[in-house]
Ligand binder design. Sequence first.
Ligand code: ZN
Length: 316
Amino acid sequence: MSWMDKILPAGIGQSAGERVNVPEGLWHKCVKCEAILYRPDLENNQHVCPKCDHHMRIRARERLSNFLDNEASREILSEIEPVDQLKFKDKRRYRDRISGAQKITGERDALVAMEGSLKGMPVVCTAFEFDFLGGSMGYAVGEKFTCAAQLSLSTGVPFICFSASGGARMQEALISLMQMAKTSAVIEKLHQASVPYISVMTDPIYGGVSASLALLGDINIAEPDARAGFAGPNVIEQTIREKLPKGFQRSEFLLEHGALDMIVHRKDLRDTISRLLSKLSGDNWAKERDQLSEFNDESIRPRVLPPEESIDFSDS
Ligand SMILES: [Zn+2]
């Protein structure tokens, strides 16, 4: 505080352009439009800014509770815990980082898995908790994802993942990277068994998690304006020494360039994914739901071409 501030009465001397600190608690400032928002209203709006439609980060449990039918969902695989196999230490011990993140989030690690239903259709659903060490994937995340997907595989129930992650967890080194092979392999098994896997990318999704599970969905969905990629834009710019185009790695850019199948507003995720699953499952479940309007097929591009249209690369 300057000497001028000390002698002036409270509230006087603050310039109009001066930054206003918003007290934590009842109010939240939108990072995009800077509107001051009443937190209960924001929660009712699934953490989407009512002024500018910015999709804010949302906690994993809140995400799952908004998405699944409340009465029929239950947590699974909660016994899986992180393991500090390498006794890793940088500025802090990895074990201390884990316990710190557990205290902050109330989660054992960065992935929450639930078995439940979506508009009456049974599903297995996972969501990343970004506040737990940046949603990074170590043993516990990889194991929980794989076990949840295997549950889908054994029961034939569709699998859904909401991802938000900075990538692999460096403190687990090779053990973390091995999770990529594990998660990719189980997704391929789902694919071979024709069990639908829907991936929903939420801001931000990068590194090993985007490469090994988030971009491998039968349908790859992203929320509006979400950042998704492998390396971040700064690293790419420094490597190729070129200015990247506007909106690079944002959902809209990725959709335009074929990396995504669709962008879906958070409030529409339940309706859209239930329609997609009814189409992919090919059962009579959706036919009974005449209140749902027909899904627009033109907005989906299949991930895999039918065999007769596949491109033969053998000569190249
Ligand atoms: Zn806003």
